[in-house]
Design a protein around this ligand. Structure first.
Ligand SMILES: C[S@@+](CC[C@H](N)C(=O)[O-])C[C@H]1O[C@@H](n2cnc3c(N)ncnc32)[C@H](O)[C@@H]1O
Length: 259
C-alpha cells in the first residue's frame, strides 16, 4: 500500500533540478508576505529542500521547517547553512500527521505550500493533520494552504520524456532525463507519478526509479475541512498575487484564520 511520504528520499537529489524547471520561485513572494503577518515563528509543513523556508527566513522571519524525508532535510540544512541563517531557520524531522507541538502552539503562521496536504492519501490522514496543525497554531493564527489544481484532469501516459538537461552532482556533470508515467486511481482520487531519472555519464548510465502519489481535494471540500478543524476561511485565491479563485484558476490557494 503506497503512502504519500513514500518516494521523497529517492526524489531528493533531483528535486531542486526539477523545480528550477517547473515551479521555480513563483509562489515564494506570496509566502514571504504571509509570514510577515506574524512577529512570531512560522511553521512550514513538508519543507523539502527549503525552496520556500530559506527565502522566507532570509527576509527576516523565524522559520521551523518539518519534513519526514531525511534526504530532503539534508539538502534543506545545506541550503540554510549556505544562506548563513543560523538559528533563524531550524528543521525537525517529523510526520505532519503528528506534529510535536502542543495546544495553542507557538506558530502565528503555518504554511502548507505546493500541495503538501495532497500527500495525505486518506480522509483520516487529512483529519489527523488538520487537528495537529490546529494545535500548533496560536489563537487568531494564519494557515495558508496551496493545492496543486485538478490533478484528476491530468492525462494518463506511459514512459514519456518530460524533462531533460544537465545535472551537477558535486563536481561532476551528467545528462539527466526524467521519464514519467502518470496513472489515475479515480475511485480513490489518487494521481500516481512513476518517475525514472536516467543519469547519463560518459560511459555509464544510472537509473533511479520511484513513485509519488497525491490525492486531490477540491477547494470547497478543503474549506469545509478547515472550518471543521477550527479555522475561518479568510480568502480563496486563484493566483499568488491575490486574485479571487474561480473554477478555472491555475492556482488553488486558501488563507484561513484560527478561531
Ligand atoms: C512537494 S514537496 C514540497 C517541498 C517544499 N515545501 C517546496 O514547496 O518546495 C512535499 C514535501 O512533503 C514531505 N512529506 C510528504 N508527506 C509527509 C508527511 N506525512 N509528513 C512530513 N512530510 C511529508 C516530502 O518529504 C516532501 O519533502
Amino acid at each position: 500500500m503506497s503512502e504519500g511520504w513514500h518516494g521523497w528520499d529517492q526524489y531528493a537529489p533531483f528535486y531542486d533540478w526539477e523545480n528550477a524547471r517547473t515551479m521555480g520561485r513563483r509562489d515564494v513572494e506570496f509566502w514571504r508576505r504571509l509570514a510577515a503577518r506574524t512577529a512570531g515563528p512560522v511553521l512550514e509543513l513538508g519543507c523539502g529542500t527549503g525552496r520556500v523556508a530559506v527565502p522566507v527566513a532570509r527576509s527576516g522571519a523565524r522559520v521551523v521547517g518539518v519534513d519526514r524525508s531525511s534526504q530532503m532535510l539534508a539538502r534543506a540544512r545545506r541550503h540554510a547553512r549556505r544562506a548563513r541563517l543560523g538559528p533563524r531557520l531550524t528543521f525537525v524531522r517529523t510526520d505532519i500527521r503528528s506534529l510535536p507541538f502542543s495546544s495553542h502552539g507557538p506558530f502565528g503562521v503555518v504554511m502548507a505550500p505546493y500541495g503538501i496536504l495532497q500527500s495525505l492519501l486518506s480522509e483520516e490522514d487529512l483529519d489527523a493533520t488538520l487537528a495537529a496543525v490546529s494545535r500548533a497554531t496560536s489563537r487568531r493564527g494564519i494557515f495558508g494552504v496551496d493545492l496543486v489544481p485538478d490533478l484528476p484532469a491530468w492525462r494518463e501516459y506511459r514512459n514519456e520524456v518530460s524533462l531533460q538537461g544537465i545535472f551537477r552532482r558535486g563536481s561532476t556533470r551528467a545528462r539527466l532525463t526524467l521519464v514519467e508515467t502518470v496513472r489515475q486511481d479515480r475511485p480513490r482520487a489518487l494521481t500516481i507519478f512513476d518517475q525514472e531519472y536516467v543519469e547519463g555519464h560518459e560511459h555509464t548510465e544510472r537509473r533511479h526509479r520511484f513513485t509519488l502519489t497525491f490525492r486531490t481535494i477540491g477547494v470547497r471540500d478543503m474549506c469545509a475541512r478547515l472550518d471543521a478543524a477550527g479555522f475561518d476561511v479568510e480568502a480563496v485565491l486563484g493566483d499568488y498575487d491575490g486574485s479571487a479563485w474561480d473554477e478555472r484558476a491555475e492556482v488553488w490557494l486558501i488563507v484561513a484564520r484560527k478561531r
